[in-house]
Design a protein around this ligand. Structure first.
Ligand code: DC
Length: 223
């Protein structure tokens, strides 16, 4: 079976996950949300009450199974798609995802699931580390203000309380942590195409990415 890999990276709130979902659905690719996988490990670590800063306490990694299939995330076979989106997980996931043992385990899972078929994987280090030879690499960006406003509207629409200032602060903090960590920091791969979504609608971003992928599929002779 032919293998075609698309890597989409970008900071928190850049729209990666929803855009990846839409593009994958349109082109019939399998979408793998790697952020959801790190969130699942964070949930397990929180449930176990370990000291998140102490890598020696992550012994549970040897028995863990984490999968992201069709918009659902499974932790040891249990669907935790809702539990991984709580503010507590969001606030702690950067600490968990900077651990080498966590990254090594997740990267193994991710590479194994991207080895066959048409795959679109989104995250922070997909183009730089996980799928270095991906056929298409996209780096999505947007200003902090724009990303905070999108998240704020999403929460309000879901009937939740939210403070725009607090969201902006949390996003800026996560940006800093994700791009300054020692292992696999968030950064654009040299051969990635940067798409600044600040002034674009979701539809415009999707159309742009779809045309980049379609062009590459036609030109590389695999399809
Ligand atoms: O995309 P997200 O907000 O759901 O990601 C959650 C966290 O996981 C994010 O703070 C950084 C981390 N992450 C990572 O380190 N590497 C990835 N490939 C994806 C996410």
């Amino acid at each position: 079976m032919s293998n075609f890999q698309v890597a989409i990276d970008g900071p928190a709130g850049s729209g990666k996950s929803s855009i990846s979902d839409l593009v994958a659905e349109k082109l019939d690719f399998t979408h793998i949300d790697t952020g959801a996988m790190y969130r699942a490990v964070c949930l397990e670590a929180l449930n176990r009450g370990i000291n998140l800063e102490n890598e020696a306490e992550y012994t549970f990694l040897k028995d863990i199974s984490v999968e992201n299939i069709k918009k659902h995330t499974y932790l040891n076979g249990v669907d935790v798609s809702k539990e991984i989106r709580t503010p507590k997980v969001s606030a702690n996931v950067s600490t968990v995802s900077k651990m080498k043992s966590v990254r090594d385990k997740m990267v193994d899972f991710q590479r194994a699931s991207a080895s066959k078929g048409l795959v679109l994987m989104d995250g922070r280090d997909i183009g730089t580390v996980v799928l270095k030879d991906a056929d298409v690499k996209i780096f999505l960006t947007a200003s902090v203000e724009c990303r905070a406003l999108r998240r704020y509207k999403e929460l309000i629409q879901n009937g939740e309380e939210a403070s725009l200032e607090e969201i902006k602060k949390a996003i800026a903090e996560r940006d800093y942590k994700d791009s300054h960590r020692e292992i696999s920091p968030l950064k654009k791969a040299d051969d990635a195409i940067e798409v600044d979504t600040t002034k674009m609608t979701i539809e415009e971003v999707c159309n742009k990415i779809i045309s980049i992928i379609s062009e590459r599929m036609n030109s590389n002779g695999k399809f």
